[in-house]
Design a protein around this ligand. Structure first.
Ligand code: GTP
Ligand code: MG
Length: 249
């Protein structure tokens, strides 16, 4: 019998984000090392095992599983369904997966200019960030500050917003969501110092601030970065995301 103390689970990286963002396409690209597979709407979470290296010659390329010049770290990449009706599947994975080292929240940069897409994307991201903020401030044994990569995908399309605009659009929408979800809290006449910790716990980012910025998550040691890429084309490709992941596992 193997003792449980010698058994170690590899770390996990979770792929979250709305439907049609390109999560499954990215997973198949990393898995195959060549080209992504054709995908259809995911209905269940799916996890694969990968190896990343931060010291091999091709360290910053996702094709580095073929490179024998470095030390590789094994990790699980967990794909989740993005459909709103299956949100519990994705959030359940986030809550229950052991050793989550990073979250990659993928968005469709070519669709984010439309409010119909921006609003639900930001609402989902809000829930994820608030969950991570609560985890970072919890006192339990699973207290952790998990970094977030916002992977701005589909940069090959001419309608794609540049990464700086993906970031600012999301921050504006997250500010709006925060204001509506905490309505009454700030204008209740209660001084900021009198507000209970419970109320502060439900507030995303810097308490009482007017505008939400990703930088405010730094207060909880949560680093949020936005990086552009594309799963389907070589340029800009997926290497920046891979390198970001490789450094965090
Ligand atoms: P759900 O499973 O519904 O959550 O969606 P998903 O995030 O897994 O999306 P999926 O990987 O199935 O990709 C959705 C569609 O976007 C597919 O038709 C992909 O081929 C396409 N797609 C993915 N990445 C890119 C990209 O970089 N550029 C372009 N033009 N299309 C992409
Ligand atoms: Mg999918």
């Amino acid at each position: 019998l193997s003792s449980s103390s010698t058994y170690t689970t590899p770390p996990s990286v979770l792929l979250l984000g709305p439907d049609n963002a390109g999560k499954t396409a990215l997973l198949t690209l990393f898995e195959r090392g060549s080209q992504p597979a054709a995908t259809h709407t995911s209905q269940v979470a799916h996890s694969i095992e990968l190896n990343a290296s931060t010291d091999s010659v091709t360290r910053s390329s996702f094709r580095n599983h073929d490179d024998a010049t470095g030390t590789h770290t094994k990790f699980f990449l967990v794909d989740t369904p993005g459909h709103g009706k299956l949100r519990n599947v994705a959030m359940g994975r986030l809550a229950r997966t052991e050793k989550v080292k990073a979250v990659v929240f993928m968005v469709d940069a070519a669709a984010l200019g439309e409010h119909d897409i921006l609003a639900p994307t930001a609402a989902y991201l809000y829930d994820v960030l608030l969950f991570l903020q609560k985890k970072a401030t919890s006192k339990g044994k699973d207290k952790a500050s998990i970094p977030v990569l916002i992977a701005a995908n589909k940069m090959d399309l001419f309608t794609a917003l540049p990464a700086t605009m993906v970031k600012s659009h999301l921050e504006v929408e997250l500010s709006r969501i925060r204001a509506s979800r905490s309505k009454g809290l700030l204008d209740s006449g209660v001084g900021m110092d009198d507000v209970g910790s419970e109320e502060q716990d439900g507030w995303l980012g810097e308490y009482g601030s007017e505008k939400f910025t990703f930088q405010q998550m730094g207060e909880f040691d949560i680093n949020v970065e936005v990086l552009p890429g594309s799963v389907l084309t070589e340029e800009p490709g997926a290497d920046k995301w891979w390198w970001w992941i490789a450094q965090r596992i």
